[in-house]
Design a protein around this ligand. Structure first.
Ligand code: HEC
Length: 153
């Protein structure tokens, strides 16, 4: 009889321990979630699943364009750099359409100002003036930084 009681209390002990661990884990999990949302204070654009990949691939093209422009500038190929600025960063009908799809006026305004700065960069590169071009490039890149700090998908 005594043996049975020892077995039963050991069993209860183990179950109790498991329940305690599970509760602890759940709390950790909730803490973790809490931390994550506290850390990311950017405004969500509520981008639809279909649009997400489209937007990200567009963004990867933006960073590619910047890289090409810097490389071409270093080889004094201003004409080519200017073309990339206008076609990849400027206010093309495609970019305008893309920015207009978002349901957030401030984001739209920021996006369109960014593309306008892409055209300004194209114009600056056209003058072949390194300093003016770098200045315009810096302005365009400030939009990348500003928008990424404020918004997420
Ligand atoms: C008007 C807003 C806006 C501007 C301007 C902007 N981006 Fe983005 N970008 C976003 C958003 C929103 C995301 C998604 C971020 C998230 O959900 O964490 C993003 C994501 C990205 C990513 C990640 C892509 C991936 O595959 O994960 C890259 C790279 C990027 N942007 C590059 C750029 C560069 C370079 C510029 C400037 C030349 C730029 N972006 C300008 C809004 C912007």
């Amino acid at each position: 009889m005594k043996k049975i009681w020892i077995a039963v209390s050991a069993f209860i002990g183990i179950v109790g321990l498991n329940v305690a661990c599970a509760a602890d884990e759940r709390m950790h999990h909730e803490d973790h979630h809490h931390d994550m949302s506290m850390m990311d204070t950017r405004t969500s654009l509520g981008v639809s699943p279909e649009m997400k990949q489209h937007q990200l691939s567009n963004m990867r093209q933006h960073v590619e364009a910047i890289t090409s422009i810097v490389g071409l500038m270093s080889e004094s190929k201003f004409e080519e750099a200017s073309k990339i600025a206008h076609s990849k960063l400027g206010q093309t009908p495609e970019m305008q359409a893309m920015c207009s799809m978002f349901n957030n006026e401030k984001y739209k305004t920021l996006g369109l100002a960014f593309h306008k700065s892409g055209d300004d960069l194209g114009a600056a590169l056209q003058t072949k003036d390194v300093k003016a071009s770098l200045n315009a490039l810096n302005k365009t890149m400030q939009y990348c930084v500003e928008c990424h700090a404020a918004y997420r998908q």
